[in-house]
Design a protein around this ligand. Structure first.
Ligand SMILES: NC(=O)c1ccc[n+]([C@@H]2O[C@H](COP(=O)([O-])OP(=O)(O)OC[C@H]3O[C@@H](n4cnc5c(N)ncnc54)[C@H](OP(=O)(O)O)[C@@H]3O)[C@@H](O)[C@H]2O)c1
Length: 262
């Protein structure tokens, strides 16, 4: 299926690895030119080279912390008028006892999880409206919909971001500007690899054994973790011409952990 977005321009924040990378690759396979940001230069350059080599699109790396004012300015200078905006944020820390979370933890975290993506949207959405085409996908977290104590710093602010984006989605939909949220459960990404390799080291097991145990403990119906490229393909679908009538949805992609009747 042709997604009808060949020649469009996209910003993918946090695109050198994981779900951001999967999304960047899927968009590039549809002929979308990319500006991809990350903090670490080496991995970013390598990812951009790989995507450009495979797909032939223009891929511009921008070394920047997208949660800082200066980093945002650098990314937007490289692509002031994106047709497509894919938002990720640095994975927030896992927390223990909720009583131990201090006000400063909230302020620091809100700057990353809420204010930064909001500022990217504010800077780009009017141009999308004026040009009569725009697609924004927020890669959030399943914890926004299914709260759990260890993911409070991730789920709570991103539930607020979902709320903001759905409100906006309804305001701009008539201009063919489409905003949606993708809420991941567990997927094989660089971040997950690092965390689960550490568990394996501590427990004297392997990455695969830790994943299998987690999938069993959390009763993941699909029996394991998702794939970042599959996830990216869904992101590209939400950026397609065909997504025109899909407005302000929050699609959980979690192998069935959080399933309910509706
Ligand atoms: N993977 C999962 O199973 C899962 C589950 C639920 C939610 N999520 C959410 O999905 C998002 C992506 O997670 P992931 O697992 O794909 O992460 P990942 O594999 O660690 O990749 C994160 C990417 O974002 C970049 N990045 C991180 N902080 C950044 C910053 N401040 N500025 C610019 N780039 C930044 C990283 O590069 P640098 O480090 O070089 O900057 C990397 O390219 C996160 O918000 C996470 O909370 C993921």
């Amino acid at each position: 299926m042709d997604l009808g977005i060949r020649g469009r321009k996209a910003i993918v924040n946090g695109g050198s690895a994981g779900l951001g990378r999967g999304s960047a690759l899927a968009l590039a396979r549809e002929g979308v030119d990319l500006v991809v940001s990350a903090r670490g230069e080496e991995r970013l350059q390598e990812t951009c080279r790989e995507i450009a080599r495979e797909t032939g699109v223009t891929v511009t790396p921008v070394v920047a912390d997208h949660s800082s004012v200066e980093g945002r300015a650098r990314i937007l200078a490289a692509c002031p008028n994106p047709d497509i905006l894919v938002l990720t944020c640095s994975p927030p820390p896992v927390t223990g006892d909720f009583r131990a979370i201090e006000p400063q933890d909230w302020y620091d975290n809100l700057a990353v999880t809420l204010v930064s993506p909001v500022e990217f949207v504010r800077a780009t959405v009017d141009g999308m409206v004026a040009r009569g085409f725009g697609r924004i996908v927020n890669i959030g977290t399943g914890a926004a919909k299914f709260p759990t104590e260890i993911r409070i710093l991730s789920g709570a602010p991103r539930a607020a971001l979902n709320n903001y984006l759905v409100a906006l989605a309804k305001k701009v939909a008539r201009h063919n500007v489409v905003i949606n949220n993708l809420l991941p459960g567990m997927h094989h990404t660089a971040g997950i690899l690092e965390g689960f390799n550490e568990r394996a080291r501590v427990n004297g097991t392997s990455y695969d054994e830790e994943v299998t145990r987690f999938a069993k403990d959390w009763r993941i119906p699909a029996g394991g973790f998702g794939d970042a490229e599959d996830f990216g393909a869904f992101c590209a679908l939400l950026c397609s011409q065909q997504a025109r009538y899909v407005i302000g949805q929050s699609l959980v992609v979690d192998g069935g952990i959080g399933n309910a009747t509706f």
